[in-house]
Design a protein around this ligand. Structure first.
Ligand code: MN
Length: 231
């Protein structure tokens, strides 16, 4: 096949225990999916799930164990961290029932939904799309995928984020308002899920700003941690 411009590389994640990689198709994100985070953002903590997306090539991939450098983005002076459990879809489908959702999950990774909070807040105020606040280059640092069978306790795992060794976020996946299966059920009514899709499931309370030089350590028990330095 000839293309008139060079086709972009396919973004992908490493998979623990395999030399084969997980190709990234789309990156979906759930908004306000932990009650105490919804409250810190000025909401009640109880609402139907809603979704936004990041472009697949906004993934900033950690191969495993190393510290990845994230360029501090342009146009913001309030870059926020949001540590999230990321679900990797291995089998696609529409209108997936929560009871069947586990059959569609390939595995899990730790991700950061990095956010230009000042721009996101301005867009909210004006009723405009969030893309510039959420979908910028390198906005989605991600660690390697662990196959689902290796982390049976993921639904009650501790999720945490430290900045320069200090705790900023610490909660449990059990506090998701819409759990993993319910999120897949809801999301798959709006889009046909495809193998290669990633779902950022939402962040717990404690989001805050980071600056150049900060080192972020994002973790979910049972998964490979993710270490990112702002440069
Ligand atoms: Mn988020």
């Amino acid at each position: 096949m000839d293309y008139v411009v060079t086709p972009p590389a396919l973004p992908s994640l490493p998979v623990l225990g395999s030399t084969a990689r997980f190709p990234i198709h789309r990156m979906y994100c759930v908004g306000r999916n932990y009650e105490d985070h919804a409250k810190e953002m000025g909401h009640s903590g109880r609402e139907a799930p809603f979704f936004f997306m990041k472009p697949a090539d906004a993934a900033l991939v950690a191969e495993g164990g190393e510290t990845v450098s994230m360029p501090y983005p342009t146009l913001t002076s309030n870059l926020h961290h949001e540590v999230e459990l990321v679900v990797a879809i291995g089998k696609g489908g529409s209108h997936i029932k929560a009871a069947d959702a586990h059959q569609h999950i390939y595995g899990y990774a730790v991700g950061l939904d990095m956010t230009r909070r000042d721009l996101q807040n301005e867009m909210k105020k004006q009723g405009r799309p969030w893309c510039i606040g959420k979908g910028f280059d390198f906005a989605a640092p991600l660690g390697p995928i662990t196959p689902a069978a290796q982390v049976p306790g993921i639904g009650s795992a501790t999720i945490a984020l430290q900045v320069n060794g200090q705790d900023r976020q610490r909660s449990t996946i059990a506090k998701l308002i819409w759990n993993i299966a319910e999120t897949i059920e809801q999301l798959s009514t709006a889009w046909a899920l495809q193998p290669g899709d990633l779902i950022f499931t939402g962040t717990p309370e404690g989001v805050g700003a980071v600056v150049r030089g900060d080192v972020l350590l994002a973790s979910v028990d049972g998964l490979q941690p993710l270490r990112v330095q702002l440069v």
